[in-house]
Each structure stands twice: as structure tokens, then as C-alpha cells.
Write a new protein. Structure first.
Lengths: 337, 563, 356
């Protein structure tokens, strides 16, 4: 009988196709049951979000600051109807359009926030973890201090600084984005740093040191590439926090003027008084939009995290390759000798 | 009297991403009461899975067919573990069969005192008052050899040494007086001297407690020391089964023969050593040593008021060109530290260490860097020796690129192919990733990388300790062959005297950072002078039951003399 | 007869039980640089675009009046002088005086702090009561229906902004169903009753109990339900996921399998072996949740007009009183640092590896 499937002989290693090796696709195939459901659900929601942000001008029936059209002004606080599927706000804007345009604003905030913090945070984490010493200790202390600070409060302070209050679209976006950046740089730093420290003492890094490779080569070729395991989760967390903070700022009155762009938090701020009067459509829809986007992002992040951590996975990746010793096995025997 | 355990036609497979993987394939075994059955095999043999089925400890992803009939110690009840209900299974675990694990530090919960953990097993099977339970726990702790059990019963696991932790784990297994104890590589994580003690304890489990022992191991010396019967497994199948003396004296199956032939024995290296000595030039002894250490001290500074840890304490040694020095010691002896210091990975605190003419104490990296091209290093763990994101060819080409012999890995391809061939790996492996190679193949690739620049000094830190016996034999043969061809000087670090004996011209023994013995294989292994070396040698089990029985008597004598 | 020959690990050079004392000392000392960094960050951030007066009154006053005010408040002095004065003030406990109503920030803190404290405690109770047992349940039923439901619920709780959750709850319970009050901490009548006590604590539940009037107690409680739930659910979700992950990973530890091999029942394994060691890292994270809680408190208080520190902060923001904002934020930073320290000490007390 041929050798069992547990051994991988000289030529029998299956090559997975290039497509199958792409990051998310690989995880999709690995996941099973609930994990797969979560991942798929998250991807769908995120996909809808991205499409809405991209195609806002096409999808929205009206502009975000539009108060009237050919048949007259919209009127304030109108309940949902045929012309305004989700009703109008207290200011007279169309709720549906502002929800759709709001996706675009949210997307911009995420992009700015994530790009800024990931670059700086990962780089600092790499340097701090690799070189250690007093530089590392100081950076860790600063990072811990900032990390523990309530992010919204820091965002408020930054918002004041950057925009002095309500402002243009880019002012508002930058205020939210940069405050998130400040909060998240320590997160990326800590996560990257702990991975770097772990990798630093692995044999292959020491091997590079023995060979005599320079620091830069070791850091880029060996350490950095292997330290990115937990980044997807932090990235989705980062994106979620960005949206939540933007909304929070808007809610507190630091949002973006409606004439400059649509922003979900601002709409919720304006709708606070509506609620007591029983007007629900001005708050429920923007709020729901926030919930769905963050839900989608977080689901993706959680499932990627689950799959990356071998302890949380349900089954193994495959058999360990074993050397072929070229030994003949005895004939299958019925009983004992 | 019935068999304590009867395994009938057991088949186990696991669900993995790559499909179903067969771990055990139609195995039938019995364990007689009060005997020690050793189940031997290498990676992928299925021995651990087989043993775990006795206690029903397989994960959910396992599919089990066949029967595993477990009887109680007095033979009155029995049941098939494979089909047993959860409640019945819990009754049977601990009471009829108990398990001893490989890593004592992970088998004990760090946040509860050891006494609590011992008593827990007791209370899962009957009603005992606190006082009764405590008394039983203290008693069993004393019987496994923990001093002052009345006091130590309230201590936490981290307050015990590795060997003591393993004794506690055995105590947990013994407290309910089970009919069979399944010991999964119980001594693999322990030093040789401690291993001898634990094996002795397991023997007492059989003699004094009347428990059968299913001993899972890949170490033939341990088998020769402890087992009554042996079952050999390979790739999930049972290859051979016989009483221990018969198996060692006249193995019937080719695999068993190969396995036994691959086990390094002390004294075998003698012929090779003589041969090597004959090959050397006449003025060899006068040449400048490649490595010279004088009163070498390496100290790890303590933190937070913890005292400094002296890893290496005043060691003198020298390695001449083309010579292989075997550095032997247990954990904490400082052998790895010395190897790392020679490679420039660890700083020298005192004394002098000269490598290829460069003094390493207080050296600056820029002065040492040119010399690095003349040193090669092989690491212990094949799993982490390579960057998982680079191909083998890229990894092996690294020294060539760093030292300017090639622009990039693609450029170095011819030389890489040459090297791969030299270590008996097909050229196609260059395009593979490390996780696609087996442990032995990775270690050979590691050798290829270390030899890329044709070094004058090769440092090998326990290069075969993580490998199976058969694979180890091949890698050691390869090492010997390459040494013959290329003539580099080498420092071979190992905890295994027998392995070192196969390759080394001279052997140095380290104990707690001090060099206690040095000389040729003949001298150190034939007539050791230092008591520690003597104890080390006496503790090392040889893969020959008859001889081992005699050595055990000698070991017991030595131990009694020390008491 | 000689027994074990092996030697115990390096801790034979015994650090006495003072290792705990040393740990506490080190952590206490670390508060100082932490607070320093935070307070400095706030100061620097606020000053990067000039001074608070310009920021708040910039467009509204003619330049000469502006310059006069700036000079009177001392904002035109060199930055270093201002900074040192700021630090000095903090060391004395003086966090500045608000612009809009001329009160020392410390007085604001004392007046409104108790309301926020009360809300925070309610929220933490909700979070503990819901998050931790449910997290354990989710771990126990890993990957089955209860786990799925709980995990998604926890993520939903995180995804819902605090103010939106508050809005929805208000909508449902106060407006449509009308069973709970819309806003505030208590009705005016109840407040008046409580104010008549000697030394009101400011914590309404305690004061209400002290009045002995069941109507007042009921009133306070019904007002507290929605805000507590709103803030608590968010934190509960975080705890749930944390407990779940930690318990799952300790459940996979070697010692759990070892105990299982001795016939210890699964429930007990979960409770004693997986659960307890998992709690230690959770306690550390709880410290970080305090920060989250404070941020959420600002939003919750605004949604429910709960007159605490967060609500005041929002008011000051509306009034563009940035001195007040800076002061309050700095105070909160100090509180966060102190809380983290306490939490770290508690975690150390529980972990025997640090104690012995």
C-alpha cells in the first residue's frame, strides 16, 4: 500500500494558484461555519459602503446641501414620502441624500486617518522594538500615556485646534482624521513593537546577524515583513474608530457645516430635539448608516483576527512535511505476532 | 488476568485544510497489567495519537474507528473508550488510566497551588474531607520524592524546578492508583541527569504501585532502560512488537533495524576519530588556533535588583584549524552562550576570546564584520531558522549577497545550486518555501547556508536535537562528509554525549559555566575524571537493555555514594 | 537516602514578598511621567494655534479690545513662562479658571463630578453584570448558536455610537412607550427634596435613600436606567469579547487538558481553570476601558441632559470656552492615570506569580 497521505515526498507539494494566495481569498477558503459567515457578512457590508461612497453622485436623488428643486423647497421635518424616501431634516435637507453623501465623507476620513497612522505607527514600532534601549522605553511610555487617554476628548482638543470650531469639509475631515491618527499611532506602535520583539529573537534574524547583514537589511527584509500578522485587525479597528469619532465630533457640534458636506454625526446632533417630538426619521437613518458601516468593518477585522491566531482556529492548516526514509513497511497483519 | 488496555484495529484521521489526514492506520496493541510497554516512533508515526485514545483525549476534528478497551485495575469493569459516554469517560479518566505529559510547566496551572491541583483529581472521583484529601496529597508527594511535602503542598508551580514539576505531575497521576499510566515523552524536556531520576520514579510506579506504564518516546536509550515490551510504529502503522531484549538483539523488520542502527552509541565514533587524526598534517598541533578562549567570562546583568547571572565562568579552550570540538553540557551550562559569543551574538564580559585573530572582548562591529564571512552558524530549531517569506534559494544566497559575492539571490543561483547538491537536496528545493520542507531537509539547507562562503569555522548549536533519530543519523553523516571534504574547524554543541562522540576530535564538558573536563573521546568518555562527567555518563541510557541494566546498577551505586 | 538532585530555578536567590511592594512602588512612580506627558500634550495642542481668547472671540471683537484681553489674561507672554505657570498650577491643584462663568475648574469638577461618577458606576455595573458572564457563556458554547448571537450582539454594541443608542432608547422607551423619563437625573421635585438634606453627597441614589422617600428613590432610579444602559452596553460588549477570547485561549492550555485527563468535569474546567487565569489580563484592560467610559460619558450626558462633567464640557464647547475645556480635559487625564495605576495594582495582587 502506498505511503499514507501524511508525508509530503519530493515532488508532491501542491502549488496553490496565485489567486488563492491573495490575502482575503485565502482566509475565505480557510474559514468554516460561523467564522465564514462573519467574514462574508462583513465583506458584504463593507462592499456596499465602498460602492455607496464611490457612486454617491449617481445614487443620491439630491445634493447634500439641496433645499429645493424645480417643484419648490423641500420643507422641514417632512415624514418619508415618495419624493423623499426617508423624509427631510429639520433644516430642510433630504435625509436619503445626506445619508448617501455621508458615506463619502466617512470614507475620506478613514483613508486619511489610516494612512497617516499606519505609516508612522508601524515605522516607530519597528525602530522602537528593534533597537530597544532607552529610546524604546521612552517611546513606550509616551505611547502608553496617549493610548490610555479618552480618544474623544483628545479629538475635541484637536478639533478646536485645527478648525477652531465648525468648518469646511476638509477642515472637519482633517480634525477627525488627525485626532484618530494621534490615538492610533500608539496602537500600531505597540502592536508592531511586540511583534518585532518576538521576531527579533527568532533564529532566522540571528542568522542574518551572524552573516553580517546590516541593520537596515535585517529590519526591512527579515523583521518588518514578518511582523504584520495583527495589522488587519488594528486597521479595521482604526477605520471604525475614525467613523465613530467623526460622528461623535459632529454630535458635539464640531461637525462639518451641511453646506460643505454631508456628515452623519452632524445630522444626529440636529435631530436630538426631534426625538422628543416623536420625529424619528431624521435620527434613525443616519445612525443606522453608522452602525452598519462599523459593523461591517469590525466583522471583517474580527474574523481575520480569528483566522490568523492558531489558537482560535478550529482546525489545522495541514500535515507537517515529513522526510521520506525510503523504508518498506511490513504487510498489513491481522493480529499480533 | 485481563489486559489493562486492549486496542483493536484502531484508525484515526483528522480534518485539516488540506483534507483528511491519516494519523493511525489499523493498529492493534495490548498492555498487560504491571508491565511497561514502550511505544516508539518518529514524527508522524501516530504514537502520541494512539496513546491519547486510551484516555479519549482527541480533539473534535478527529475521526476514530476501532475499539480501545480499558479495564479497571482490579479487572472488574471494562469499557470501550471510543464509544463511551461523556459521563462514563470522566469516571474512567484518572481512576483507571492517567496521563503524564511532556512539558511539566504547561501541565500545571500557574495560578493555583500544587496541592490544590493534586487534590482536584482526587475529589473528581469520590468524597473526601479536606483533611483526608490533604493527607493523601502529602503522602503521594512524599512518595514521588518531593522534600518537605507538608510545606510545599501550598507552593505554586513556578516555585519548583523542572524535574520536581514532573514529579508533581506523576503524583497527580498516581493519587487514584490507576491501572495504567500513559506517559507521553515524560523526560524529553528534562536534562539527562534529571531524566534518570524520573525514569527511576516511573520504574517504581510499576514496582511499588503496580501500575502498567505506556511509555511513548523516540529515545531508544530510555526504552532500553525502562521497557518490558516494545511496539514500533511508523507512519501510523504498527511495524513490530516484541519483548525488549528480543527487539534490540534481533529486530525483524527493516524499519526497526534502520531505527536501531541510526541511534548514536558512545564508542562508535572511535574509528572515525582515529581516521580523522590520521588524515591531518604533521605540524597540525603547532598551527595557530582558529579560536582561543582564555578565562572567558560571560555575565548576563540582572534587572530590578536580581543578581547577575554568570553564564560562563572562566573557561579556557582552543580549536585548531580543521578540528571538531564537541561542547557538551546540560541546560544552563553555558554551552550555547559560548557558541553565540564566538559568532558575535553575545557580548564577552571578561577574559579573552579570540576568533580568527579578532579579540571579541570590547570589539566593535565594524572590526568584526570582515571576519563574519569566515564563520558559519547552524541553529537548533529548523522551524525558525529561515525567514518564512523567502525561498530556500534566497535564504542560502544571503551570505553571498551580504558579503558582495553576488548582486542578488538570482545572481548567486549557480553557487546556491552547488551548495544544495552538496547537502544532498535536489536543486528544485531552491524554489520552495521553508514550511514546505521537513525538519531534516531544513537543517541540511541550514548547513548549505552556513557553508556558502566556505568558512574556516563552523559553529553548530544543537543542530540535530530537534530531529528524529533516523533523520539525525543522516544529517550527522552529511556533516562528517562535508567536514572531510572542506576541512573547516567546528564547534559542535550538544547535550547528547553520544552524538558528540560521533563527530568530535575533542570533547569539553561544561557544568554551570565552568569547564570540568576536556580531552579526546577516549579520555572523556572512556575514563572521565570529574565526578560530574561521571554522573553525566552514568545517567545516559544506552540503547541496549542488557548493558543498560548493568549501567543502572552503577548509577544507583553512584547516587547512593553521594547521599 | 537522597531524593531529587535537580536544583530549583533562579529564584532561589529569594526576592521576598517585597516583590509586590516593589512592583507597586515602580508603578506609582510611573504615574508621574504619564501625567506629565498628558498634561503637556494638552497644553501644547491648545497653544499651537495661538491663545484661547482669539480662538473663542476671534471674529467677534475689534483687534484692540482683543489685544487688551489677551494681555490682561497673560497670553502674550513667552510660551515657556505660560507653560511653567500652567504646570505649577496643576501641582497646586489649580487647573485654571473658566472664561465664560469665571469659576475655578476644580470647583466645576467638584460640583459636577459626582454626577459623572454615579453614571460611570452604573455603567460599570451593567457592563460587569452583562459582559463577563455572557463572555464566559460565549466561550463555553464556542462557535455554536449562542456564541454567534452573543458575538454579533457585542459587535453591534460597539458599532452603535453611544449617542445613537441613547437616542433609540429614548425614542422607544420615553417617547413611544412613555415609561421612562426623557432626560435629566431626577425630577425637579425630587431634586428639591434631596437638596434639603444636610451635606448632600451629590450622588443622587445615596441622597435619595437618605431622604427615605420611596417616590424620590424610584424617581432617581427611573431616570438612571436609560443613561446607564446606554453607556453600559457599549462597555459590556467590549468585556464580552475580551472575556470570550481570553477564556478560549486559556481553555486550550496544557493544564486544562491535563486536568481533563484526570476526569475533572468540563464545567469545572471552564470555571476554575480557564476562567480564573483569564481574568487577570481582563482586569488590566478594564483600566483602559475607564478611558473609553469617560469619552462615552460626554456623549451620553449630552444625549440625556445628565448634568455631569461631560455635559458641562459640551456646554463649554458650545460657548467656545477653551480654557475650561483644557482644564477639564487635563483633570480627566490625571484621573485616568490614577485609575490605571489602581487597576494594575489589583491585577498584581491577584496574580501569584508576582506575589511570591
Amino acid at each position: 500500500m502506498a505511503a499514507s497521505t501524511a508525508t509530503a515526498t519530493a515532488s508532491a507539494v501542491p502549488q496553490r494558484s496565485r489567486l488563492a494566495r491573495l490575502p482575503v481569498v485565502a482566509q475565505l477558503r480557510q474559514s468554516v461555519g460561523l467564522q465564514r459567515g462573519m467574514l462574508v457578512g462583513g465583506l458584504v457590508l463593507t462592499g456596499i459602503f465602498l460602492l455607496t461612497a464611490a457612486f454617491a453622485p449617481v445614487l443620491a436623488p439630491y445634493g447634500y446641501a439641496q433645499l429645493r428643486d424645480a417643484s419648490g423647497s423641500f420643507g422641514a421635518q417632512q415624514p418619508p414620502s415618495a419624493e423623499h424616501l426617508l423624509g427631510t431634516t429639520v433644516g430642510g435637507y433630504d435625509v436619503l441624500s445626506r445619508v448617501i453623501w455621508g458615506a463619502r465623507t466617512a470614507f475620506l476620513v478613514i483613508v486619511v486617518a489610516v494612512v497617516a497612522s499606519i505609516l508612522v505607527g508601524v515605522l516607530l514600532g519597528l525602530i522602537s522594538g528593534y533597537f530597544g534601549g532607552w529610546l524604546d522605553r521612552i517611546m513606550v511610555m509616551i505611547a502608553d500615556a496617549i493610548y490610555a487617554f479618552p480618544s474623544l476628548l483628545l479629538a475635541i482638543v484637536l478639533a478646536i485646534v485645527i478648525s477652531g470650531g465648525q468648518s469646511s469639509m476638509w477642515g472637519g475631515i482633517f480634525a477627525a482624521a488627525l485626532s484618530i491618527t494621534v490615538i492610533f499611532i500608539p496602537q500600531y506602535l505597540r502592536v508592531t513593537r511586540s511583534e518585532v520583539i518576538r521576531i527579533k529573537s527568532e533564529a532566522f534574524v540571528e542568522s542574518a546577524r551572524v552573516i553580517g547583514a546590516g541593520h537596515v537589511r535585517i529590519m526591512t527584509r527579515h523583521v518588518l515583513r514578518n511582523s504584520t500578522r495583527t495589522l488587519p485587525l488594528i486597521l479595521t479597528l482604526n477605520a471604525s474608530e475614525a467613523i465613530l469619532t467623526l460622528a461623535g465630533l459632529g454630535f458635539l457640534g464640531f461637525g462639518i457645516e451641511p453646506t460643505a458636506a454631508a456628515e452623519w454625526g452632524y445630522d444626529l446632533n440636529k435631530s436630538l430635539s426631534d426625538v422628543t417630538a416623536g420625529i424619528w426619521w431624521t435620527s434613525v437613518f443616519p445612525g443606522l448608516a453608522i452602525v452598519l458601516v462599523v459593523l461591517g468593518l469590525t466583522l471583517v477585522g474580527e474574523s481575520l483576527n480569528d483566522l490568523a491566531d492558531p489558537r482560535l482556529r478550529k482546525r489545522a492548516a495541514g500535515p507537517e512535511p515529513v522526510e521520506d526514509l525510503g523504508v518498506e513497511l511490513p504487510e498489513q497483519q491481522e493480529g499480533e505476532r | 488476568m485481563n489486559d489493562v488496555v486492549e486496542i483493536r484495529d484502531l484508525t484515526v484521521s483528522f480534518a485539516t485544510d488540506a483534507g483528511q489526514v491519516q494519523a493511525v492506520d489499523g493498529v492493534s496493541l495490548s498492555v498487560h497489567p504491571g508491565e511497561v510497554l514502550a511505544v516508539v516512533g518518529e514524527s508522524g508515526s501516530g504514537k502520541t495519537v494512539t496513546a491519547k485514545t486510551i484516555l479519549g483525549l482527541l480533539p473534535e476534528t478527529a475521526r476514530v474507528r476501532g475499539a480501545v478497551v480499558l479495564s479497571s485495575k482490579d479487572g472488574t469493569t471494562e469499557g470501550d473508550v471510543v464509544t463511551m459516554s461523556g459521563a462514563r469517560l470522566r469516571q474512567v479518566r484518572g481512576r483507571d488510566a492517567a496521563m503524564v505529559f511532556q512539558e511539566p510547566s504547561t501541565a500545571l496551572n500557574p495560578v493555583y497551588p500544587v496541592g490544590w491541583q493534586i487534590i482536584e483529581g482526587l475529589r473528581a472521583h469520590g468524597k473526601y474531607t479536606k483533611a483526608e484529601a490533604r493527607a493523601k496529597a502529602i503522602d503521594v508527594m512524599r512518595r514521588v520524592g518531593i522534600p518537605d511535602p507538608e510545606e510545599r503542598i501550598d507552593h505554586y508551580p513556578h516555585q519548583f524546578s523542572g524535574g520536581q514539576k514532573q514529579r508533581i505531575v506523576i503524583a497527580q497521576a498516581l493519587i487514584l492508583d490507576p491501572g495504567v499510566i500513559v506517559a507521553d515523552e515524560p523526560t524529553t524536556a528534562l536534562d539527562v541527569t534529571v531524566q534518570a531520576e524520573i525514569l527511576d520514579l516511573l520504574r517504581r510506579c510499576r514496582d511499588e504501585f503496580g501500575a502498567a506504564v505506556v511509555l511513548i518516546t523516540h529515545n531508544m536509550g530510555v526504552v532500553a532502560d525502562l521497557a518490558d515490551r516494545v511496539a514500533v510504529m511508523y507512519q501510523g502503522k504498527l511495524v513490530e512488537q516484541a519483548p525488549v531484549r528480543e527487539l534490540f538483539a534481533t529486530p525483524r523488520e527493516p524499519y526497526t533495524q534502520q531505527l536501531l542502527a541510526a541511534v548514536p552509541r558512545i564508542g562508535e565514533g572511535l574509528a572515525r576519530a582515529h581516521e580523522r587524526a590520521a588524515r591531518r598534517a604533521d605540524d597540525w598541533a603547532q598551527q595557530t588556533p582558529v579560536v582561543q578562549a582564555h578565562d572567558l567570562r560571560i555575565v548576563y546583568p540582572g534587572r530590578f535588583r536580581r543578581p547577575d547571572f554568570v553564564a560562563v565562568d572562566g573557561v579556557d579552550l582552543a580549536i585548531r584549524p580543521g578540528e571538531v570540538l564537541g561542547l557538551v553540557g546540560e541546560s544552563g551550562s553555558g554551552k550555547t552562550t559560548i557558541g553565540r559569543a564566538m559568532a558575535g551574538l553575545t557580548r564577552v564580559s571578561g577574559g579573552s576570546l579570540q576568533v580568527l585573530g579578532v579579540e571579541l572582548r570590547g570589539v566593535h562591529e565594524r572590526d568584526f564584520r570582515p571576519v563574519r564571512g569566515r564563520i558559519g552558524f547552524v541553529f537548533q530549531d529548523p522551524a525558525t531558522s529561515f525567514n518564512p517569506l523567502l525561498t530556500i534559494a534566497e535564504c542560502v544566497a544571503e551570505p553571498l549577497v551580504v558579503h558582495g559575492r553576488a548582486e542578488n539571490p538570482a545572481d548567486a543561483r549557480t553557487r546556491v545550486d552547488e551548495l544544495l547538491e552538496a547537502v544532498q537536496l535536489p536543486k528544485a528545493f531552491g524554489a520552495r518555501f521553508p514550511h514546505e520542507l521537513s525538519g531534516g531537509q531544513r537543517q541540511r539547507a541550514s548547513l548549505a547556508r552556513a557553508l556558502a562562503l566556505d568558512p574556516e569555522l563552523l559553529i553548530a548549536d544543537e543542530p540535530t536535537s530537534a530531529l528524529d533519530v533516523s533523520v539525525q543519523a543522516r544529517v550527522l553523516d552529511l556533516f562528517d562528509e562535508l567536514h572531510r571534504e572542506l576541512g573547516f574547524a567546528a564547534l559542535f554543541i550538544s547535550h547528547d554525549l553520544a552524538v558528540v562522540d560521533m563527530l568530535a576530535d575533542r570533547i569539553a564538558v561544561l557544568h554551570h559555566g565552568k569547564l570540568v573536563e576536556e580531552g579526546t573521546g577516549d579520555e572523556v568518555l572512556g575514563s572521565p575524571r570529574d565526578p560530574y562527567t561521571q554522573r553525566l555518563l552514568a545517567s545516559l541510557p544506552v540503547p541496549d537493555p542488557v548493558e543498560q541494566a548493568g549501567r543502572r546498577a552503577e548509577w544507583e551505586r553512584l547516587r547512593a555514594a553521594e547521599a | 537516602m537522597s531524593v531529587a538532585v535537580d536544583t530549583p530555578p533562579e529564584t532561589t536567590t529569594k526576592e521576598s514578598g517585597g516583590s509586590l511592594g516593589r512592583y507597586i512602588l515602580v508603578r506609582a512612580l510611573l504615574i508621574i511621567p504619564t501625567v506629565f506627558i498628558l498634561v503637556t500634550t494638552v497644553f501644547l495642542l491648545m497653544r499651537t494655534t495661538g491663545d484661547p481668547i482669539t480662538a473663542s472671540q476671534g471674529g467677534r471683537l475689534p483687534p484692540d479690545q482683543l489685544a487688551e484681553r489677551i494681555h490682561a489674561a497673560g497670553y502674550d507672554r513667552p510660551l515657556i513662562t505660560q507653560y511653567l505657570e500652567y504646570l505649577g498650577g496643576i501641582l497646586r491643584g489649580d487647573f485654571g479658571t473658566t472664561l465664560s462663568d469665571r469659576r475655578p475648574v476644580t470647583e466645576v469638577l467638584l460640583t459636577f463630578g459626582s454626577a459623572t461618577l454615579e453614571l460611570a458606576i452604573y455603567a460599570l455595573i451593567v457592563a460587569f453584570l452583562l459582559g463577563i458572564p455572557l463572555g464566559r457563556l460565549a466561550a463555553y458554547h464556542r462557535d455554536k448558536a449562542p456564541d454567534a448571537v452573543l458575538r454579533v450582539s457585542a459587535i453591534l454594541a460597539y458599532a452603535t455610537p453611544v449617542f445613537f443608542a441613547g437616542l433609540l432608547l429614548k425614542l422607544i422607551f420615553s417617547v413611544w412607550l412613555g415609561v421612562l423619563p426623557v432626560a435629566g437625573r431626577a425630577s425637579t421635585r425630587a431634586e428639591l427634596t434631596m437638596q434639603k438634606l444636610d451635606n448632600p453627597t451629590g450622588i443622587y441614589l445615596i441622597d435619595a435613600i437618605r431622604t427615605g422617600d420611596p417616590a424620590v428613590i424610584g424617581d432617581v432610579l427611573t431616570h438612571a436606567v436609560l443613561p446607564a444602559l446606554t453607556l453600559g452596553l457599549l462597555t459590556a460588549g467590549v468585556f464580552l469579547r475580551l472575556v470570550r477570547t481570553n477564556v478560549i485561549s486559556t481553555f486550550g492550555a496544557g493544564y486544562v487538558e491535563a486536568a481533563r485527563s484526570r476526569g475533572v468535569p468540563e464545567r469545572r474546567l471552564l470555571r476554575k481553570h480557564a476562567y480564573k487565569p483569564a481574568l487577570i489580563p481582563i482586569i488590566t484592560v478594564i483600566g483602559l476601558q475607564i478611558a473609553l467610559l469617560l469619552g462615552g460619558a460626554v456623549l451620553t450626558e449630552t444625549t440625556f441632559e445628565w448634568k455631569g462633567l461631560g455635559f458641562q464640557l459640551a456646554q463649554y464647547l458650545q460657548a467656545r470656552d477653551f480654557v475650561a475645556v483644557q482644564g477639564i480635559v487635563a483633570v480627566l487625564a490625571v484621573i485616568v492615570a490614577l485609575t490605571n495605576f489602581i487597576v494594575d495594582v489589583i491585577a498584581a495582587l491577584i496574580d501569584p506569580r508576582v506575589r511570591y
